[in-house]
Design a protein around this ligand. Structure first.
Ligand code: FAD
Ligand code: EPU
Length: 332
């Protein structure tokens, strides 16, 4: 068995039968055309994956590297391999005067995982910049490409979580960054910025994130544990009768998004613990591992939160993190 503890940012003690580093296209092709009969999973930086137990299968860690930048009169095309670190790509683009990604600074993990849940923060989602995603198709053993529209992006969602689930290994992502930069400052703390430069936004996002979110190097966590639920306006209006201060973000004519952190906070979970697992005192949506947590404690705690939110608000929370048990993905 090989330790997985340092390969996922939640840091629960766990191991896998086998860990294989995919650091070249040849290795990728060789490994994925001769897949074992036992379970396997694909891992980037492990910042959205929690190994609850020892994994009875092979973990393929994607470490493909390489960045290529081309430009036309109107845009930069940045092609980055799946194993590149996302934040380093954002910083490096910024240093080269290529702007647009600054709201997505400091999101942990790899480039290859970013389109899967359509990473988003501070008013921007990566889908705005995706021109193409290339993947190795596990059925045909060929490279296939998806355009932005093919990816069926949604809030924390894409085709990779539905129709294509389990059938692909993303190899590279092509981002298109317009040379005409438009500041996005409508979210929360960014609203106070006046005539900001891209560097100002980058620095503000980094500072806000550092003040709110625990650093996984210091305390095990996987960012937001649950997605923000999207609910019918009729339910929202009902909830407003009892909780007039309930926050919301518009989605469309019939739906609104509600911050799960607010729901969890209202129920008093913030700062509470179950063994070594806790609900973070600065951000109720972040569950953490104090170093002594177990998968069982995490499941019990998260299920307790989900049940309490359902009972009080009639809202069904969905986990954002990928929960892995001995054989593979599990749901709450
Ligand atoms: P992993 O956890 O390694 O993998 C995630 C999923 O993608 C798994 O199912 C895995 O099988 C699959 N996968 C990974 N790479 C590939 C590949 N090349 N091919 C096929 N499948 C693959 N997310 C946000 O959207 N916004 C935030 O603001 C945000 N903040 C965070 C803050 C903290 C402190 C932490 C710990 C996490 C945060 N996250 C956020 C979540 C996380 O950073 C993102 O989901 C990120 O994209 C995960 O990247 P990863 O490489 O670590 O993915
Ligand atoms: N709030 C509380 N209590 C808390 C924290 C927040 O009541 O402890 C309420 C406040 O009303 C606040 C609102 O929740 O205004 C939203 O909080 P915040 O701005 O911190 O954002 P979030 O909805 O909790 C989402 C993403 C984050 C992303 C931030 C910034 C999801 C699931 N999470 O969090 O993404 O960084 O917005 O855009 O959409 C992640 O996906 O891992 C992640 C960290």
């Amino acid at each position: 068995m090989h330790s997985l503890t340092s390969l996922h940012t939640f840091g629960l003690s766990s191991s896998g039968n086998n860990i294989i580093l995919i650091d070249s296209f040849d290795t990728l092709k060789k490994q994925f055309t001769n897949l074992p009969d036992t379970p396997f999973c694909i891992l980037g930086g492990g910042s959205n994956t929690v190994f609850l137990d020892d994994y009875q299968g092979t973990v393929f860690k994607i470490a493909l590297q390489g960045i290529r930048i081309e430009e036309s009169d109107s845009e930069y095309l940045v092609t980055a391999a799946a194993g590149e670190n996302w934040h380093q790509l954002v910083s490096s683009c910024m240093q080269q005067g290529i702007h647009g990604l600054e709201n997505l600074a400091l999101i942990p993990g790899t480039v290859g995982a970013a389109p899967i849940q359509n990473i988003g923060a501070y008013g921007v989602e990566i889908e705005s910049f995706i021109r193409r995603v290339d993947y190795f198709d596990l059925d045909s053993h060929c490279i296939k490409s998806l355009s932005h529209d093919d990816c069926l992006f949604g809030y924390r969602d894409s085709i990779f979580k539905s129709q294509l689930a389990g059938q692909f290994v993303i190899t590279q992502v092509v981002l298109a960054l317009p040379k005409t930069w438009v500041a996005v400052t409508q979210y929360g703390e960014l609203r106070n910025l006046t005539s900001p430069t891209p560097e100002d936004i980058f620095n503000k996002v980094v500072a806000v994130r550092k003040s709110k979110l625990p650093d996984p190097m210091q305390i095990g966590n996987a960012g937001s544990f649950f997605k923000n639920p999207i609910i019918d306006k009729s339910l929202f209006t009902q909830l407003q009768q009892e909780w007039p201060e309930i926050p919301s973000y518009p989605v469309n004519a019939s739906k609104v998004k509600v911050p799960a952190a607010w729901l969890i906070d209202r129920l008093g979970f913030k700062g509470k613990k179950n063994g070594g697992i806790g609900c973070h005192p600065n951000q109720a949506l972040v569950l953490f591992n104090d170093g002594a947590g177990t998968g069982e404690q995490l499941l019990q705690f998260a299920r307790g939160i989900k049940a309490a939110v359902n009972k009080t608000f009639s809202i069904d929370l969905e986990n954002e993190v990928r929960l892995m048990d001995k054989q593979g993905l599990v749901s709450l």
